[in-house]
Ligand binder design. Sequence first.
Ligand code: PEP
Ligand code: MN
Length: 281
Amino acid sequence: MIKSKPYKLVGWEAKREKTVVRVGEVEIGNGEIVIIGGPCAVENREQIMAIASCVRQSGVTLFRGGAYKPRTSPYSFQGLEEGGLKLLAEVRDLYGLRIVTEVLEPQLVELVEQYADVLQIGARNMQNFPLLRRAGQSDKPILLKRGLAATLEEFLLAAEYIIDQGNPNVILCERGIRTFSDHARFTLDLSVVPSIKQLSHLPIIIDPSHAAGSVEKVVPLARAGAAVGADGIMVEVHNFPEYALCDGPQALTPEMFAQMVDEVRQIGSMFSHNQAALAAP
Ligand code: PEP
Ligand code: MN
């Protein structure tokens, strides 16, 4: 007997075409690699405007930045909260960038969705079921990060919660998992990309920054993400990484970011015309 899959909506059984998530002019999952760049956290106006300007100059139109930060320590910078969202709205108006920002709890979705173009659910909240359900009632696309120790099935079932509530626009994000390796912050699980493509119509992007934890590994992992067929790459960028309030050691400088964008686009373009990659297996 063939074991039936535990999920119904995220799998190819439910839908024969790939899900393409539209964010403004950008389509995630259409075969072309999409890049998202920006700092870990919104810190102040000067910082966010400087980084936004560099990201825009690199030809990237999706901008990330956290206003609510899930921090391991309660003593670390927790984000500017609504003040950060307001700065992100200014970034959108000034630079024409679309905003990806994290929402930490169900009660905050209503506020964050007024400012964001894409709501991020972080790795630590991948199985926060009330949050997943509330995100499923939003009309904004959801960027769902894989939990630190989540299996592929658990990851897909988390996406299932969102879609089950009526929101089909889910972007999966691999950001590294916990293994015995201690040379990087997390282990980037590249094989999850072809594995997801086999099982699901949802787009999957790679976040090499949180996996790497230190800047010298970010660009090589971003290149690898593009080569393995990810639908997008999301990286952290900071104008002064050494002064960043959050995740400075893994932040690319604007110059590094510009070069990475070029390289990732070149690698991605080697695959983007492969229509077979867009069809159900
Ligand atoms: C982030 O994107 O800044 C973040 C906190 O990521 P993660 O949830 O993957 O740790
Ligand atoms: Mn971060």
